[in-house]
Design a protein around this ligand. Structure first.
Ligand code: XMP
Length: 312
């Protein structure tokens, strides 16, 4: 394979996009992930203030995520519009237990909110952080094939809206290089994957604000403690079942949390990381102390296959 020339890629992409975008309004929804943030910064180089950058706060993000993304973009001269939609997402997800239904409802809600924003800002282009692996996985049926315009309820003929996917020919390591070259910090370009439906995929069963609060705290602890460990992904998962524990000398039914940390190249196969036992004990100690409702902390030792990386 030819060596990837990151500077040349950026130059050529900007040159290619200029006449297409032609100074017209575009909208980009960034989540703070590598792909969407990189696509946003790249297109901002072409459109500047004509690009509206939104962050849909679905209430399912990691702690302080909106401020984190806002500060990073601000450093690059990009304003972030934060749409607070947490209540709406929780309302729509209420009562849903089935994982596929949960993902479907999340997607519907996300595109509904995105569609409203596209209309509000009268955007002519929608910028998407799709990368080559997404397209391959969609074709192989691993990820759901979806037509974004259809999902957001917009007829292209009526709105004249077009989708722009500036990273669609790149794989993740190349996207990380582009991110770095565009001036994004390691906290973005070296960031581990985080699923679109966010913490909703880290809660087995119904998603409620209370459960999200628990898993958000546990996620922060796991990310902090495993910050310096080489891994593909590390996170916490909240079970729907409860287990007996001891609280102030009394038996009580409490929450169960699993820690998942895996090594992988491409997320298609994964192995559990061999974390030092003292490190695991420290995570356990912090979780049960900082989140008193938790009475059990487990470490997941299952590879993919037969497991998947996520639980939902
Ligand atoms: P699984 O659980 O299928 O996950 O082994 C493989 C990789 O994909 C990520 N993942 C998602 N990413 N939207 C995303 O953007 C999703 O709905 C989604 N589900 C899983 C997962 O975190 C892992 O890196």
């Amino acid at each position: 394979m030819k060596k990837f020339n990151v500077k040349k890629f950026i130059e050529e992409k900007i040159r290619e996009l200029k006449p297409i975008l032609n100074g017209q309004k575009a909208i980009s929804a960034t989540s703070g992930g590598v792909d969407s943030t990189t696509a946003t910064v790249l297109v901002h180089r072409v459109l500047r203030d004509k690009l509206k950058v939104i962050f849909i706060d679905d209430g399912l993000m990691r702690q302080d995520e909106s401020q984190f993304v806002r500060d990073i973009l601000k450093n690059l001269g990009i304003d972030l519009i934060i749409l607070n939609k947490a209540k709406y997402f929780f309302k729509n997800l209420k009562g849903i237990i089935d994982p596929e239904e949960k993902r479907k409802k999340f997607r519907q809600t996300f595109y509904e909110v995105l569609g409203e924003a596209v209309k509000k800002y009268r955007a002519k282009f929608l910028i998407q952080g799709t990368i080559a692996a997404d397209i391959i996985e969609t074709k192989k049926g691993i990820k759901t094939q979806h037509n974004v315009l259809e999902q957001i309820g917009i007829l292209p003929e009526k709105f004249g809206l077009k989708i722009i996917e500036p990273l669609k020919d790149l794989f993740k390591p190349q996207v990380r290089k582009v991110a770095k070259e565009l001036g994004l910090p390691p906290s973005i370009y070296a960031r581990m994957p985080f699923p679109g439906p966010g913490l909703a995929t880290r809660i087995i069963g119904e998603v409620t604000p209370q459960k999200v609060e628990i898993i958000r705290k546990a996620t922060k602890i796991v990310e902090e403690e495993l910050k310096n460990i080489k891994k593909f992904q590390a996170f916490a998962v909240l079970f729907s079942d409860k287990a007996t524990g001891l609280s102030k000398g009394k038996r009580s039914f409490g929450d169960i949390i699993a820690i998942r940390c895996v090594d992988s190249e491409d997320a298609l196969r994964a192995k559990p990381s061999r974390i030092n036992f003292n490190k695991l004990m420290r995570i356990q100690k912090r979780i049960t102390t900082e989140i008193p409702s938790v009475v059990k902390v487990l470490y997941d030792i299952t590879p993919k296959p037969p497991s998947t990386i996520e639980y939902v």
